[in-house]
Design a protein around this ligand. Structure first.
Ligand SMILES: CCCCCCCCCCCCCCCCCC(=O)SCCNC(=O)CCNC(=O)[C@H](O)C(C)(C)COP(=O)(O)OP(=O)(O)OC[C@H]1O[C@@H](n2cnc3c(N)ncnc32)[C@H](O)[C@@H]1OP(=O)(O)O
Ligand SMILES: Cc1cc2nc3c(=O)[nH]c(=O)nc-3n(C[C@H](O)[C@H](O)[C@H](O)COP(=O)(O)OP(=O)(O)OC[C@H]3O[C@@H](n4cnc5c(N)ncnc54)[C@H](O)[C@@H]3O)c2cc1C
Length: 670
C-alpha cells in the first residue's frame, strides 16, 4: 500500500491523527485477515504483470484498439487464473475478484467483453439447464473453450420481456427448433460480448410448438464457427457501436433467419418440450427470470466497490488541495476544512459500508432461497425478487449520484480522464439501466408491497423483510414520536413506508372503481415508487444496524466508535434527505429537523480526523484507483503533469494540423 515516493506532508499529517488501527478496519471490512491477505496476493499477482499494464492510458485508444486490448487482457487474465487454479487456489472467488471486484475494474477500466460469459451465460446454464445439459456445456464454458453471452433484450423490447419477438418454433419431424427474427424490432440488441467476442449465446425467445405459443424460454445457440469465428448460416451479427461508457464490452446485435438448433438445446430444467412437441409447464413461469435476479444481487456488491474508489480519490485529494482562506489573512486551508466539502464526501463513505453490508446480507439470502428452490420450495422467491429489485434501484441511483458528487468535489481536475471518475461513472450509471431499468424495478417491489399490505390486513403472517407492516397494523393508532438515533430513524422510515404503502393502496383501490387494475396501477405509479423507495431505505438501515451491532462486538473500542459515528451520519443524512416523507408520515417536527441538522454538523466534525483511516482502510492500491488525484502519496500536481505528458499530442512539439490548416488560415487573415 505504501508508496515508494515521498508522501505529501499534508496527507502524512492527516494519517497521524487517525485514532484507530486502519489494518483492523481493513480486516473487519473484508471479513478477516485471511481474506485481506488473499486480496493483496491477487492484486499483486495480477497488477505486477507488465503485460497487464497499459503503456498508453486506454482513454487515448481508438474504439477498435480499446476492444482489442480488452480481449488481449481477458485472455491473459483467464490464463493466469488457470495458473492459480493449477496451484490449488479457489475458483469462483477468483472470478468474482476479477469480474466484479475492484481488481477487475483496474485491469479492465471499462469492463471486459467476457464478463457476461461468467456473470450470465454460465449462471443461466446452471440455473436453467438439466443435469445432462450442465454436463454437456458447463466444463466447456468454464474452461472458455466456448464463450457465450445472454441475449435477451431486443431493439424493440428490454423491459417488457413477455413482448420479445424472436421465435423458436419446434419442428417435431426434425426434432429441432427453428429460430427467426421476424422483424427489425426483434433483433437482439445490447448483449455484452455479442459483437465479435462470443461464439455461443443463451437466446431468450418465444417458444412455439404444435401451433401454440408458450412464452419466453432460454435456448443455447451456436453463433459462430468454432474454428474460423465466422457467423454461422442464417446469423446476422455485429456490434452496436460507441456508448457513454463500457466501451470495451462489445455489446452486439443479432438476427436469425431460419437457424436450426437441436431439441436438446432448449434449457429444460424448468419448462420442457417433449420429442412429439408437447409442452410441459414449469412449476412457476418466473423461474425463467432467475439469471436476472442473480445479477441484481451481484450488482449491489459492485456499487459498494465502485463507490469506495470514488470516495478514496475525492477524500485524499481534498486533504492535499488548498484553496480559499476561510478567515481573512489566514493561509488557504485544505479544501476538506470547508464543511460543505465534508458533506460532499463523508456521507458517501458511510454509504460504501451500508451497501457492502447489505450486499452481503442479500447474497446470503439469495443462496438460501436458491437452495430452497432446488428442493422445490418457492416460498421466499417473491420476497427475494422484491427486495433485490428495489435494492438494485436505490443503490445504483445513489452510487451514480455520489460518484458524480465526488467528481464535483475535486473541481476542474476531476473532469480529467486521468482523475479516474469517468470510468467509474460509466459503470455505475450503466447499472441504473441494465438488468432492469430502475423505475421498473421500483414498481416490481411496489407490486409485492401492495400484496403484502392486503395480506397483513387479512391477518396473514408476512415474511421478514415486510413484517414491520404487521406491527404497524397492530398498533396503527399509536403515534410514536420521532427519535434521532439510528434505530429511531429506522422506526420512522418503517412508519413512513407503511403509511405510504397504505395510502398508495387506498388511491389504487379508489382508481380501480373506474379504471382497470392495470391503468389504476399506472395512475398510482408515482406514489408506488415513493413507497418502494421508503421501504428500501428502511431495509438498508435495518440490515446495517443489525450487522454492525453483531460484527463490532469483537473490535477495538476506537474502531467501534468510528463505525458507530458513520452509522449515525448515514442515518441522520438519510432522515434529512427524506424530511418531506417523514414530516408527512412519521411524526417529525420542525424542531426534529433542526436537531438533525445540528447532529449532522457535529458528526462531520467528529469524523473529520478519522475518516481518512476509513478510505485508506478500503485498501485500494494506486493501480486500482487509476487516479492522479487519489494516489496514496498525495502528490497530485506531479501526477497531473506526468499524466498530461502521456497525451499523444504532447509527443511532438508541432502537430501536423498547424502546417495543414492553422498556418494557412492565420496567414490568409493577414
Ligand atoms: C460467477 C462469477 C460471478 C462474477 C460476478 C461479477 C459481477 C459483475 C456484475 C456486473 C456486470 C454486469 C453485466 C451485466 C450486463 C447486463 C445484462 C442485462 O441487462 S440482461 C437483460 C436484463 N433485463 C431485464 O432485467 C429486464 C427487466 N424486465 C423484467 O425483469 C420483467 O419484464 C418484469 C419483471 C419487469 C415484468 O415481467 P412480467 O412477466 O411482465 O411480470 P409482471 O410484472 O406481470 O409480474 C409477474 C410476476 O412475476 C414476478 N417476477 C418478475 N420477475 C421475477 C423474478 N426475477 N423472480 C421472481 N419473480 C419475478 C412478479 O413479482 C409477479 O409476481 P406476482 O405478483 O404475479 O406474484
Ligand atoms: C451497458 C448495458 C449492458 C447491457 N447488457 C445486456 C446484456 O448483456 N444482455 C441483454 O439481454 N441486455 C442487456 N442490456 C439491456 C438492458 O437490460 C435494457 O436496456 C434494460 O433492461 C432496459 O430496457 P430498455 O432498454 O428496453 O428500456 P425501456 O424499457 O424502453 O425504458 C425506457 C423508459 O421507459 C420506462 N418504462 C418502460 N417500461 C415501463 C413500465 N412498465 N413502467 C414505467 N416505466 C416504464 C423506463 O422507466 C424508462 O424510463 C444492457 C444495457 C446496457 C445499457
Amino acid at each position: 500500500m505504501t508508496s515508494a515516493t515521498k508522501v505529501n506532508p499534508d496527507l502524512s499529517d492527516e494519517r497521524k491523527k487517525v485514532e484507530f488501527d486502519v489494518e483492523e478496519f481493513t480486516n473487519w471490512y473484508y471479513k478477516g485477515a485471511e481474506n485481506v491477505a488473499e486480496k493483496r496476493f491477487l492484486e499483486n499477482f495480477f497488477l505486477s504483470d507488465p503485460e497487464l499494464e497499459d503503456k498508453v492510458p486506454t482513454s487515448y485508444l481508438s474504439h477498435k484498439e480499446k476492444y482489442e486490448n480488452a480481449v488481449r487482457k481477458a485472455v491473459l487474465v483467464v490464463n493466469k487464473i488457470k495458473e492459480l487454479q493449477a496451484d490449488g487456489r479457489g475458483g469462483v472467488d477468483i472470478y468474482m475478484a476479477l469480474l466484479g471486484g475492484t481488481l477487475g475494474t483496474a485491469i479492465f477500466r471499462e469492463a471486459n467483453p467476457i464478463t457476461v460469459h461468467f456473470v450470465m451465460f454460465l449462471p443461466a446454464i446452471m440455473n436453467h439447464g438439466t443435469s445432462d445439459q450442465q454436463a454437456e456445456w458447463i466444463s466447456r464454458a468454464w474452461n472458455c473453450n466456448i464463450i457465450g453471452t445472454y441475449a435477451q433484450t431486443e431493439l424493440g423490447h428490454g423491459t417488457y420481456i413477455r413482448g420479445l419477438e424472436t421465435t423458436a418454433t419446434y419442428d417435431p419431424k426434425s426434432k429441432e427448433f427453428i429460430l427467426n427474427s421476424p422483424n427489425l424490432t426483434s433483433y437482439k440488441w445490447w448483449p455484452g460480448g455479442l459483437g465479435h467476442t462470443t461464439n455461443y449465446a443463451i437466446v431468450i425467445a418465444q417458444l412455439h410448438s404444435l401451433g401454440k405459443c408458450h412464452g419466453i424460454q432460454p435456448f443455447i445457440v451456436q453463433l459462430r464457427d468454432e474454428e474460423t469465428h465466422m457467423p454461422l448460416k442464417g446469423i446476422k451479427i455485429g456490434e452496436i457501436g460507441n456508448k457513454v461508457g463500457m466501451n470495451t464490452v462489445n455489446n452486439g446485435f443479432l438476427a436469425f433467419d431460419n437457424v436450426r438448433i437441436p431439441l436438446k438445446n432448449m434449457l429444460m430444467k424448468n419448462a420442457k418440450v417433449l420429442e412429439d412437441g408437447q409442452f410441459i409447464k414449469p412449476k412457476s413461469s418466473v423461474l425463467t427470470y432467475g439469471t436476472m435476479m442473480f445479477v441484481r444481487v451481484v450488482i449491489l456488491k459492485d456499487m459498494a466497490s465502485y463507490l469506495s474508489k470514488a470516495v478514496t480519490i475525492a477524500l485524499r485529494y481534498s486533504m492535499v488541495r488548498r484553496q480559499s482562506p476561510i478567515e481573512p489573512n489566514k493561509p488557504e486551508p485544505k479544501i476538506i476544512e470547508h464543511v460543505t466539502q465534508q458533506y460532499k464526501i463523508f456521507p458517501a463513505i458511510a454509504k460504501v459500508i451500508v451497501f457492502k453490508i447489505t450486499a452481503e446480507f442479500l447474497w446470503d439470502m439469495y443462496n438460501q432461497v436458491t437452495h430452497d428452490l432446488d428442493k422445490g420450495d418457492l416460498e421466499r422467491l417473491p420476497e427475494l425478487h422484491a427486495i433485490s429489485c428495489c435494492l438494485k434501484a436505490v443503490c445504483t441511483n445513489e452510487a451514480a449520484q455520489a460518484v458524480e458528487i465526488c467528481r464535483l468535489s475535486t473541481g476542474g481536475h476531476g473532469y480529467l480522464n486521468s482523475a479516474g471518475f469517468q470510468d467509474i461513472y460509466g459503470m455505475v450509471t450503466a447499472a441504473q439501466t441494465y438488468e432492469g431499468e430502475n423505475t421498473v424495478m421500483f414498481l416490481q417491489t411496489a407490486r409485492y408491497l401492495i400484496k403484502c399490505w392486503e395480506k397483513a390486513m387479512n391477518g396473514e403472517k408476512l415474511t421478514p423483510t415486510v413484517s414491520y407492516l404487521e406491527n404497524f397494523i397492530k398498533g396503527r393508532n399509536s403515534r410514536q414520536s420521532f427519535q434521532n438515533s439510528p434505530s429511531g430513524i429506522l422506526k420512522a422510515f418503517q412508519l413512513a413506508a407503511a403509511k405510504k404503502i397504505a395510502e398508495s393502496n387506498k388511491h389504487l383501490e379508489e382508481r380501480k372503481k373506474y379504471l382497470s387494475p392495470e391503468e389504476a396501477t399506472n395512475q398510482t405509479g408515482l406514489e408506488l415508487i415513493n413507497a418502494s423507495e421508503l421501504h428500501c431505505q428502511a431495509f438498508l438501515l435495518q440490515a446495517t444496524i443489525e450487522v454492525l451491532e453483531d460484527s463490532t462486538k469483537q473490535t477495538s473500542l476506537q474502531l467501534r466508535s468510528v463505525l458507530k459515528d458513520l452509522l449515525e451520519l448515514y442515518s441522520v443524512d438519510l432522515a434529512l434527505r427524506y424530511t418531506g416523507s417523514l414530516l408527512e408520515f412519521a411524526n417529525m417536527t420542525s424542531s426534529d429537523i433542526e436537531f438533525l441538522q445540528r447532529s449532522l454538523e457535529a458528526l462531520l466534525k467528529k469524523l473529520r480526523y478519522n475518516i481518512l483511516g476509513i478510505v485508506d482502510g478500503f485498501d485500494h492500491p494506486d493501480q486500482i484507483l487509476g487516479s492522479v488525484l487519489g494516489t496514496y502519496d498525495g502528490n497530485v500536481y506531479e501526477n497531473l503533469i506526468n499524466a498530461a505528458m502521456k497525451s499523444p499530442l504532447n509527443q511532438e512539439d508541432v502537430n501536423k494540423s498547424f502546417h495543414l490548416y492553422l498556418k494557412p488560415f492565420m496567414k490568409s487573415n493577414l
